[in-house]
Write a protein of this length. Sequence first.
Length: 266
Amino acid sequence: MAVAIALILVAVGSVAFHMLSPWWWTPIASNWTYIDDTLIVTFWITGVAFTVIVLFMAYCVVRFRQRPGHKAEHEPENKRLEWWLTIGTTVGVAALLAPGLIVWHRFITVPADATEIEIVGQQWQWTFRLPGHDGRLGTVSVRFIDPDNPLGIDPSDPAGQDDVIVEGGELHLPIGRPVKVLLRAIDVLHNFYVPEFRAKMDMVPGQVTFFWFTPTRTGTFEAVCAELCGLGHAVMRGRVVVVEEAEYQAWLERQPTFVRRLAAVR
């Protein structure tokens, strides 16, 4: 009986802790409420399954406990039970996967009017690259990486001459405009993550990954590295500042461009 009571307390306590827990998501500041909704659906499905299974275990402990004069019956197969378990499991797994597949499709379908920016991770800081007046980022290649050009921007590409480069500073973004974030890593795995934006993706050396989002409220948000990247992982932090369009354009004009950077170091 004590085991049954313990199982019931585990089920009730787990549900109560989830409902009353002070640890929850930060307020969302992007279009990705779909991700929150998918997680909540997952919580409900797994929570109901967990509670039902634990309470069923408690029931079995009481119902089939050892008693004088009762003998256990061996029933190696039960087709009806097997069908119910197969159907129930299939429905549950489909319900878990379907919302995620829908959100993933949206996650990789970038709006045509999204502005491309680039974030480069290295131990242990962030570097941001934004398009200049032409609205396009220049091409990059590892062949051009050197102390004067750490991002490897092609010096012969006209589109890259006015690219704005911000090393270890703040990334400013305009509110309400979709942004496609291109991600690169120079040394090891990194992951640029702003909890309020929800969206993130691993940064893999030798690859260009991406995610996109639309900032929905102004403010200053802390960015962290969500991939263990070495001894300085905990201090690899940055800030993203979401502002109105006019303020963003004024900030952009004050930032150094690639061609000015080359002129300054040569």
